[in-house]
Design a protein. Structure first.
Length: 233
């Protein structure tokens, strides 16, 4: 993180702006994972008026490293000239202009959300308007109980304790990657192996999967990363 020599004005303005900020409705869909997320245009439309109200602007500059990583430097600039700045870099999944562009969009969304303490959120009003009368609202994530498959292999898969360790490792990695939760990490690692749930992880692949979770980097795609609250174990 970088900052101007003095930050009292930009800090005060940021505190006031955060009091007005709200989470952004999920307006886009990742077709690969069938999950919804808040697009960059939606986030910019939501935060720009709030920042301007308090004399702030979020400036995002493209940056890169010799190892191929690309990303953005997000500068929270105050009218006084004081600023706060930080960087986020990722490795594009494709080494072409489209891959770099997707990586930059991904970084801009996550850096902006982390800087302003916001996240994508369900559009409750829109959901209520479109919900069928017979459809019951989903329970909050903390109240939902994971449902095991109807048939679960008795041999060759990891134990419940091993599954909990896998989630713990993902939680540690999530704390090191801005704007990411542990569920996203686990789902991404398992999806690469064609595994739907942690209770389907083969024992002989368990340690390798744990290692991948510990070294996980955000996947970059045109539609953004998957986000979900569902997990097993």
């Amino acid at each position: 993180m970088d900052s101007s020599e003095n930050v009292e004005k930009v800090s005060a303005a940021l505190v006031a702006a955060l009091a007005d900020a709200r989470n952004v409705a999920l307006d886009a869909v990742n077709p690969h994972f069938r999950s919804r997320y808040a697009s960059l245009p939606a986030m910019l439309d939501a935060v720009r008026p709030i920042l301007a109200k308090h004399g702030l602007a979020a400036v995002q500059l493209a940056v890169s490293e010799p190892d191929g990583r690309v990303g953005v430097e997000t500068i929270l600039l105050h009218a006084s000239g004081q600023y706060l700045a930080s960087r986020i870099l990722v490795m594009p999944t494709k080494g072409d202009p489209q891959g770099a562009g997707s990586a930059l969009t991904y970084c801009r969304r996550y850096a902006l959300a982390a800087t302003l303490g916001i996240a994508g959120d369900e559009d409750d009003d829109g959901n209520a308007a479109s919900r069928k009368p017979t459809q019951r609202p989903a329970a909050p994530a903390e109240q939902r109980q994971p449902q095991p498959p109807a048939t679960r292999p008795q041999n060759g898969v990891i134990s419940e304790a091993q599954g909990k360790r896998l989630w713990a490792l993902a939680g540690e990695r999530a704390r090191a990657v801005p704007g990411v939760d542990r569920t996203e990490i686990v789902r991404d690692v398992l999806a690469r192996r064609g595994i739907a749930h942690t209770n389907e992880v083969p024992r002989d692949a368990y340690e390798r999967i744990c290692a991948e979770v510990e070294k996980w980097e955000p996947p970059v795609g045109d539609d953004g990363p998957p986000r979900t609250d569902e997990e097993v174990f």
